[in-house]
Design a protein around this ligand. Structure first.
Ligand code: NAD
Length: 339
C-alpha cells in the first residue's frame, strides 16, 4: 500500500500546494494495488478540532478533477462545522471509482484512515452509504458510523426553507410550490417534511427506484427540477449545477438546498442576484448532518439537537436580513464569517 503526504510534492503532474483551491493544512494520497483503492484525504483546517467530513466515491475523469473536488469539499466542511458551531475542523475524502466498491477496497480505506491516526474522521457522502462506513468502522476507530446524517441535514434545510419562503415571498410552506433535485438520503427526507406540511412538490432524480420510493401524496415527478416553475428550488443531488447557461432558464424565485458547491464558480452568485433569484448558500443551511453525526460524542440529547437544527434556520434568516439591508446577496453577506 502506497501512503503519501502530497501537500508539498509534485504528484501525478500536479503540485497540490499550487492548486487554485489550496489553502489547506495537509493533503494525503493512498493507493493499494490489491483492492484498487485510490483515495485522497484533504485536511483543510484543524483549528477547531480534528477534521471531520464525509467520503465520496465517484468517477473522476482525471486525478486533478478529484483533487479539485476534495479541496473544495474539505474547505466547505470547515465552513459547515463552524456554521454548526461544533468543535471540529474540516476535511474530506474521495475515492476514485476506477475499481468497483468492494469490501477489500473499503478495508483498505480504513487502513488509510488508521495511517492518519485521528487527525481526520470520516462519514458517508455521495456513493458511500452508512452500511459502507459501518464496514470501514470494523477496521478503524476513525469514522462516525452510528448515524445516517441525511435526515438531520434535511431538517436544517427544512427550517431554512420555511424562513426563506416567509422572508422573501410572505408564504407558508403549505401554500408553496417547491422543486427538488435529488431524492436520495437528504432529498427524500426533505420531500417528506415539506409534503407533510402540505407543500406542492416537484421532484427530479436519475434513479427511478428512488422516485418510486417517495410516498408523499402531493409529489409530482418531473424531467427537470431546474426549469420547473416554482417558489423555491432545492438542489439535493450534485454540485456545479448553476452555470451561466443553466441559470438562464430557472423557474424559481429562491434557491435553498443541500447539495455541496452548487455554483460552478462564485461569480454565478452575482448573476443570480441580478436576475432577482435569491440564492441561500449550501454551506449556511446544510450543516444539520454534522450536528447529527457528532451528537453522541458531544453528548447532546434530542431536544438540544432539535434546537441546534432550528438555529440553522435562524442563522439563515439573520443572513437574509443582513443581505437585504445592505443590498447584497446572502453569499456576500456571509463572506468571511464562516472561516
Ligand atoms: P445520495 O447519494 O443519497 O442522493 C443523491 C441523489 O441524487 C441520488 O438519488 C441520485 O440518483 C441523485 N442524482 C445524482 N445525479 C443527479 C442528477 N444529475 N439529477 C438528478 N438527480 C441526481 O446523497 P445525499 O446524501 O442525499 O446528498 C445529496 C447532496 O447533499 C450531495 O451533494 C451531498 O454532498 C450533499 N450533502 C449531504 C449531506 C448528508 O447529510 N447526506 C450533508 C451535507 C451535504
Amino acid at each position: 500500500m502506497k501512503f503519501l503526504d502530497i501537500t508539498d510534492t509534485l504528484f501525478n503532474g500536479v503540485q497540490a500546494s499550487s492548486h487554485i483551491e489550496f489553502d489547506h493544512e495537509k493533503i494525503f494520497y493512498c493507493e493499494d494495488d490489491i483492492s484498487g483503492l485510490k483515495s485522497i484525504i484533504a485536511i483543510h483546517s484543524s483549528k477547531s478540532g480534528p477534521a471531520i467530513g464525509g467520503c465520496r466515491f465517484r468517477q473522476y475523469q482525471t486525478y486533478e478533477e478529484g483533487l479539485t473536488d476534495v479541496l473544495r469539499l474539505s474547505r466547505g466542511m470547515t465552513e459547515k462545522n463552524n456554521a454548526a458551531d461544533i468543535p471540529f475542523g474540516g476535511g474530506k475524502a474521495i475515492i476514485f471509482s476506477d475499481k468497483p466498491k468492494s469490501t477489500e477496497l473499503l478495508v483498505a480505506f480504513a487502513s488509510f484512515l488508521n495511517q492518519l491516526e485521528g487527525i481526520y474522521y470520516s462519514a458517508e457522502d455521495m456513493g458511500i452509504s452508512l452500511e459502507d462506513i459501518q464496514l470501514v468502522g470494523k477496521h478503524t476507530p476513525y469514522v462516525f458510523d452510528n448515524v445516517d446524517p441525511g435526515s438531520y441535514t434535511a431538517k436544517g434545510i427544512f427550517y431554512s426553507i420555511q424562513v426563506a419562503l416567509k422572508f422573501y415571498l410572505q408564504k407558508d410552506i403549505k401554500d408553496s410550490i417547491i422543486s427538488l433535485q435529488g431524492a436520495g438520503s437528504v432529498g427524500s427526507e426533505l420531500a417528506k417534511l415539506l409534503g407533510d406540511m402540505g407543500a406542492t412538490i416537484y421532484v427530479q432524480d436519475i434513479d427511478q427506484v428512488k422516485l418510486q420510493q417517495l410516498s408523499t401524496e402531493n409529489i409530482h415527478i418531473v424531467e427537470n427540477a431546474l426549469t420547473q416553475e416554482c417558489d423555491l428550488l432545492s438542489p439535493c443531488a450534485v454540485g456545479g449545477i448553476f452555470t451561466e447557461s443553466s441559470i438562464q432558464n430557472l423557474g424559481c424565485k429562491i434557491i435553498a438546498g443541500g447539495a455541496n458547491n452548487q455554483l460552478l464558480n462564485p461569480s454565478i452568485d452575482s448573476h443570480l442576484y441580478k436576475k432577482g433569484i435569491r440564492y441561500i448558500p449550501d454551506v449556511l443551511i446544510n450543516s444539520g448532518g454534522v450536528i447529527g453525526l457528532t451528537k453522541d460524542i458531544l453528548k447532546r440529547n434530542d431536544l438540544q439537537i432539535e434546537d441546534d437544527l432550528k438555529l440553522i434556520g435562524k442563522r439563515a434568516l439573520d443572513s437574509m436580513s443582513f443581505a437585504k439591508a445592505n443590498n447584497m446577496s446572502v453569499l456576500e453577506a456571509i463572506d468571511g464569517l464562516l472561516i
